[in-house]
Design a protein around this ligand. Structure first.
Ligand code: HAM
Length: 435
């Protein structure tokens, strides 16, 4: 039986066309991270399952993880996320490092999910994390970075929103106001997480299954309706949780002062599914009705290093997927046309005897920093232009011999200009090509 030519379900082959887009996205990721002083790191594809069991949460462990027992009887998993790995790596070196530690990476991750728009089994995720930053400043840095990142593609504030909340505040609502037991609090976390995905009637039914008194129900609905710093401040004061919401309100105010308000919104339904978050949490949503989904998610985690018996060192970061980013850019027409390769010049010869001369001159041009595709072997004159166009070349250097020695002609398909090049002065080509 013939083997299947398709990649494994939910995974992608990256043919050169797809790879051009991927490189374009990765280039923007590295560029913005380095502009903000972050350094690149990477970790292994496999980790011990226990690393995720410690704090990644039920959904990831029960439904999404790819795990197996290796030949040495170790229970290992293909990384489904990067945060536990970066925390493990930071746990090794944080005592010697000056703080804050700012690291980024673009790992491929695997999750056993039902493939659909925006969801695959293998994706690449831009991870940006800061450890040991002063209160709220790491959060501000990370939020500023992601805004600049999306702006670098031309995105505007009417295209995306950063929806923010704070787990300390949610815990205060659950424990101090609603007096919930741990089990009910966990259930209510899950309900909040679904708040936008179910109808208001269904949401009320789900809430009432957990909150048994009318008073609890009313206060919780009041919480869910909060939508501004002002309404949150009033709610926190009235319900005696002002102290626990102070840091978050200060953070929102700092966002205003940094003039980030047009990009951010306080949203009490953002809680995030991963267990390790302890402070500010956020998701970035596409505002376009055709692609109304999260492009990225992140938050602050104060205690992740404790699982390695290290003293707590707070981290804050986010993960942004390549698939959701591409969908966002395509929906808003922010992705340039990358359907063709981008070489500077296509070098061709029409006689077999110039095959090696073509290679020689191409190598000389490459040494001048020019990106050259050299056609291997002769090509008929009347086929040159069609071939060049199909490959996306706009400049062609033709090697010919009309009887009195080699002649070089540079043709610019965009301007229709032809220029004779002196074979002893090929440096000149650089000026014509680089403009
Ligand atoms: P997450 O919300 O699980 O967070 O994933 C972050 C982003 O990765 C999502 O918003 C989405 O863009 C992308 N993503 C996740 N799963 C898939 C999938 N199956 N297919 C396509 N894209 C996907 C985390 O993973 C946290 N560890 C992020 C983080 C870093 N928090 C702090 N630092």
């Amino acid at each position: 039986m013939a083997l299947n030519k398709k990649p494994y379900k939910g995974c992608r082959d990256f043919f050169p066309k797809g790879m051009r887009v991927r490189n374009y996205l990765f280039h923007h990721m590295c560029d913005v991270a380095e502009k903000f002083g972050f350094e690149a790191y990477d970790g292994p594809l496999l980790e011990e399952v226990d690393l995720y069991k410690a704090k990644s949460g039920e959904e990831l462990i029960n439904d999404q993880i790819y795990s197996f027992t290796d030949r040495g009887d170790r229970n290992v998993a293909i990384r489904p996320e990067m945060t536990p790995t970066v925390a493990r790596m930071v746990a090794n070196i944080h005592k010697q490092e000056t703080k804050p530690i700012r690291w980024y990476s673009i790992p491929n991750l695997m999750r056993y999910e039902k493939p659909q728009r925006g969801r695959v089994r293998e994706h690449w995720q831009f991870n940006v994390d800061i450890f040991g930053a002063p209160e709220n400043l790491g959060e501000l840095e990370v939020v500023s970075l992601v805004i600049q990142f999306l702006k670098s593609f031309g995105a505007k504030s009417d295209m995306f929103a950063i929806l923010l909340n704070d787990r300390t505040l949610v815990d205060a609502v659950f424990n101090d106001i609603l007096n919930l037991e741990a089990e009910s609090a966990l259930k209510l976390y899950k309900v909040i997480d679904k708040a936008k995905k179910v109808s208001p009637g269904k949401l009320d039914i789900m809430i009432r299954e957990i909150l048994l008194t009318e008073e609890q129900f009313i206060i919780f609905k009041e919480y869910l309706a909060l939508n501004s710093i002002e309404s949150l401040t009033k709610f926190a004061t009235q319900n005696n949780i002002a102290q626990k919401s102070e840091s978050f309100i200060q953070f929102l105010t700092m966002c205003q002062e940094l003039e980030l308000s047009e990009f951010i919104e306080y949203d009490p339904t953002i809680v995030r599914g991963l267990d390790y978050y302890t402070g500010v949490v956020f998701e970035i949503f596409d505002k376009h009705p055709d692609n109304n989904r999260a492009i990225a998610g992140g938050g602050a985690y104060a205690n992740l290093l404790k699982i390695f018996n290290e003293e707590p060192l707070g981290g804050i970061g986010f993960g942004l997927g390549d698939v959701t980013l591409r969908d966002f850019l395509e929906t808003h027409k922010l992705l340039p046309d990358l359907s063709k390769a981008s070489h500077d010049v296509f070098v061709v010869n029409v006689e077999d005897e110039h095959n090696l001369y073509n290679m020689t001159i191409s190598n000389q041009l490459r040494e001048l920093g020019i990106k050259v595709e050299s056609h291997l072997g002769k090509i008929k004159f009347n086929k040159i232009f069609k071939l060049a166009q199909s490959k996306g070349h706009s400049k062609i250097l033709i090697i010919e011999d009309q009887g009195d020695g080699i002649e070089l002609e540079l043709k610019d398909l965009t301007t229709n200009k032809n220029t004779k090049i002196d074979i002893n002065k090929i440096n000149q080509i650089k000026d014509y090509i680089k403009g």
